[in-house]
Design a protein around this ligand. Sequence first.
Ligand code: MG
Length: 253
Amino acid sequence: MINIKNSREIEFLRKSAQIVAESLLLAQSRIQPGVRTIDLDKEISEYIRSKGARPAFRDFHGYPANICVSINDQVVHGIPGPRVLREGDIVSVDIGVELNGYYGDAARTFAVGKVSSEKEKLVRVTRESLYKGIEAAREGNRLYDISYAIQTHVESAGFSVVRDLVGHGIGKQMHEEPQIPNYGKADRGPRLKAGMVFAIEPMVNMGEYKVYTQDDQWTVVTRDGLPSAHFEHDVVITKNGAEILSLAASEEI
Ligand code: MG
């Protein structure tokens, strides 16, 4: 069942998502060659706690860090550690927050210094595909209209969408129904209704879509070793389209 949130719940979700948005801006301001990913983790978790919230990924299914930092061929769930960011890397930062029992979850891929034009294109297309998905997230549409919009945009650019990982509903649980694949046929799935809150999150590979999980049991990497990018927003379906909850006040779409 897909939960419909009331306006009070949406306000709580907005607060959590706003802390995530500000945390991503903090990450953006810190990302440069020479930075260790564990130091990003530490600073962002301190920021989240300074807001009275909790880094929600910590201990989620046993996850051993506060945020996920995934570099180049790492798709998602990269565990922060001593690895240092290098010029030309792309780095995906995924952050979850819980405040007052409500969750926020968003991600973004950043360029470290100057990156190749192919990586730049991958990041741009992935970001655009998220916004295509968000445009399709409107009352009266059906769930896989979102999936179709994302897949179509990605594949027309020559990239592929990861199949094994999907977006999700979000609320008092970080992962609620429905699962939101980033591929699918239009005009299929449940009807979208105002008050549904989704974390839409295309994960896009430069090469083939296949991925696997490394021996640390977390880090998902591309099978062909080519780079991957990831953008995620929390959105609420309203009577007039989707509203993005995880966009900071200072940001433009
Ligand atoms: Mg998510």
